[in-house]
Design a protein around this ligand. Sequence first.
Ligand code: FES
Length: 126
Amino acid sequence: MRMSVKIDGVRYDDDVEPRLLLVHYLREQAGRTGTPIGCDTSNCGACTVLLNGRSVKSCSVLAVQADGAAVTTIQGLADDSGVIVAATVLPFALPLGIAILAAAAYPPDQPRYGESAPTRPTVSRR
Ligand code: FES
């Protein structure tokens, strides 16, 4: 089947087997190897990606189900968040599935990992 998907902002057009799982498509056809396969039972969540902004276990979604969608992987978030950089250094200490959800929820106007936080305005007391 022919499919078109945007992964981390880059469009991919590929022929895929209808039974191919999204995690295998990401890793083997799209070359996005930052998404790991952590189990064979769809229980660990290590393969979590955002599919049109909603988290899914990419090992339980068919690649063709992502046709026309936008997929965000851990690699797509790595440039924007020090949290993800730390998570990829310690993949088994901090499950990537949790990290990708945290990064997705991380407000873009907040200081990044390693940056100093803005100081609170001084509150005057009477
Ligand atoms: S690889 Fe474990 S839930 Fe997908």
